[in-house]
Design a protein around this ligand. Structure first.
Ligand code: AHM
Ligand code: MG
Length: 328
């Protein structure tokens, strides 16, 4: 049967997601929030929601008006949904635990409401990343949010680019849907996506090269060797979610290594950037590493914790890990 073109709801029904909660309902809620955020992103320049609020978030970064709007839209969609008992966002210092009188469900969701915000004003692709765990009980605590990435029951993202995409995995495969904006439906465009085992694209903010460790420098140098086994191209959007989506489709490596001056523990956040994308990469046959450990094996110690990230095709990730080991 040709399933391409199915709506997200039809495909979720067919997929018969199991678990003790309504995972299909939660994913539908997240997709609805993504549609609303997509509409705001598309008309941002027309309605005075570009630029900064003048505030800084818990990570010390300037907050964009659209960051706040996207954060509020995620909370407004998830909080009354009946699917969640706790929420955590890049834009909020503390998690939100739902009160007993609120409709609560078994899941906790951590999210980056608008990844790549420095690109917003230039109309460059940005996205929303989410990670879903099961809580021990409806009276969730911080430990329910600080679970190892391997315990994620689902993860995904929305991409606001030349078209709006919704990508998720809930265990069985990675699926991608494209928003048919005229009718407001996400339709299945890629089922069971597989990442190539090796790629020919690397993606990094190479201005940081002088501050990377010798193993990473040597690995990147080798990719540029004209006598090397294959020719690599460089691509860097500067929105993790967009750089990751390209890597998922075409293969290769995205890296944001530690940088002793500006990002001693890496720049990207473990719980709502690295772990969910690692979950998707692995479900598609790829890998994600800190350079020495699998991202999914890490036990988080803080909500806004950062990690070095090397993510993409399994062979490319293993090759950079080997180079790091050799130079250690
Ligand atoms: P954000 O979530 O506040 O937008 O920050 C994370 C972003 C990633 O999307 C991207 O990979 C990275 O920061 C880019 O950093 P840099 O500008 O240092 O290259
Ligand atoms: Mg981000």
């Amino acid at each position: 049967m040709n399933r391409k073109g199915m709506t997200l709801s039809q495909h979720l029904t067919e997929s018969r997601l199991c678990g003790d909660g309504d995972m299909a309902g939660l994913l539908t809620t997240l997709a609805s929030a993504a549609k609303r955020i997509s509409r705001e992103v598309n008309r941002a320049g027309l309605v005075d929601i570009l630029g900064f609020t003048g505030e800084h978030n818990v990570q010390g970064e300037a907050v964009c008006k659209l960051d706040v709007l996207a954060h509020d839209m995620m909370i407004d969609a998830l909080r009354p949904s009946g699917h969640v008992c706790a929420l955590a966002s890049e834009e909020a210092e503390h998690p939100l635990f739902l009160a007993p009188h609120e409709p609560r469900g078994p899941y906790v969701v951590l999210f980056d409401p608008l990844d790549g915000s420095s690109n917003i004003d230039a109309g460059i692709t940005i996205g929303t990343i989410f990670s879903i765990y099961r809580a021990q009980s409806a009276d969730a605590t911080l430990s329910d949010l600080l679970q190892s990435g391997s315990r994620q029951v689902a993860a995904g993202y929305a991409l606001y680019g030349s078209s709006t995409l919704f990508v998720y995995t809930a265990g069985a495969g990675v699926h991608s849907y494209t928003l048919d904006a005229g009718v407001g439906e996400f339709r299945l465009t890629h089922e069971n996506l597989r990442m190539p085992e090796r790629g020919t694209i690397y993606s990094a903010n190479e201005a940081n090269y002088p501050r990377w460790c010798a193993g990473v420098q040597r690995y990147i140098d080798a990719l540029k060797d004209p006598d090397g086994p294959c020719t690599y191209s460089a691509r860097y959007v500067g929105s993790l979610v967009a750089d990751f989506h390209r890597t998922l489709l075409y293969g290769g490596l995205f890296l944001y290594p530690a940088d002793p001056r500006d990002a001693p523990n890496g720049k990207l956040r473990l719980l709502y950037e690295a772990a969910p994308l690692a979950r998707i990469a692995e479900a598609a046959g790829g890998r994600a590493s800190t350079g020495s450990e699998d991202v999914l094996s890490l036990q988080p110690t803080a909500l806004h914790q950062r990690v070095p990230l090397f993510i993409g095709s399994a062979e490319d990730v293993s090759a950079v890990e080997a180079s790091i080991r050799q130079c250690a």
